[in-house]
Ligand binder design. Structure first.
Ligand SMILES: [Zn+2]
Length: 226
């Protein structure tokens, strides 16, 4: 995978994946242009290096387990995530592990994932490292990694402490419910924080409308997930 032949003999139509070299300049840096076309970053205005792509599928939901596994295979083969971004070795290894944990019922605990990743990479993997990798899979690559935090906040009368109950860990989302389980708590926390900000700034940041909209959209998202 590291060495590539000169791209001059192949036409753009033969380029099956942006992980391959640019047929014009042998570069491997691509930007999606939409409509299944990518543009090589080395092209110049007027002489863009364009090539069709079709093999970097998105992480859509809902999706069947078999189809998601097939898509993860495609990302691993191409060495790129759905956002056409390069997957680093640790990201690939984690993705390969998550391929066995599809849907929230199959969540893998943070600890078991960290140990499995250590075995795959041959080096220490801290919780922080794992969380950073998950963040990058989600944000940089557009892969819907779900997570259950497995804790609840006690009623204020009982001290308002966080208690750990229920499943926790990471998984790849198959359904909108998987996404909702992941974002629900976080969004409520984020909204609560913004409410405080809104209150302390006397509404000058105009957050109230945004808060109301976000709440409404979350409800709609939950309903469409049902
Ligand atoms: Zn090029």
């Amino acid at each position: 995978m590291s060495t590539t032949p000169h791209g001059t003999e192949r036409g753009p139509s033969e380029l099956k994946s942006p992980a391959q070299v640019c047929p014009f300049c042998s570069g491997t840096g691509w930007k999606p242009e939409g409509n299944g076309v990518v543009r090589c970053i080395h092209g110049t205005p007027g002489t863009e290096h364009r090539a069709p792509v079709s093999t970097i599928p998105a992480h859509e939901i809902p999706i069947g387990a078999h189809e998601l596994r097939r898509r993860v295979d495609a990302w691993l083969r191409a060495g790129r995530g759905p956002g056409y971004t390069f997957l680093e070795q640790a990201e690939k290894s984690l993705l390969a592990l998550l391929q066995s944990h599809l849907g929230q019922a199959a969540a893998a605990s943070l600890d078991s994932l960290a140990r499995a990743l250590e075995a795959a990479l041959g080096r220490q993997v801290t919780d922080r490292t794992l969380k950073k990798l998950v963040h990058d899979l989600r944000v940089t690559h557009g892969i819907k990694v779900g997570s259950l935090r497995g804790w609840k906040r006690q009623p204020r009368a009982l001290g308002g402490k966080l208690t750990s109950e229920g499943p926790r860990g990471y998984f790849l989302c198959l359904t909108a419910q998987d996404v909702l389980a992941t974002v629900g708590t976080r969004l409520h926390e984020a909204l609560a924080t913004l409410e405080v900000v809104d209150s302390l700034t006397d509404g000058r940041l105009g957050l109230k409308k945004m808060l109301a909209e976000a709440r409404g959209q979350l409800k709609l998202f939950g309903r469409s997930a049902a």
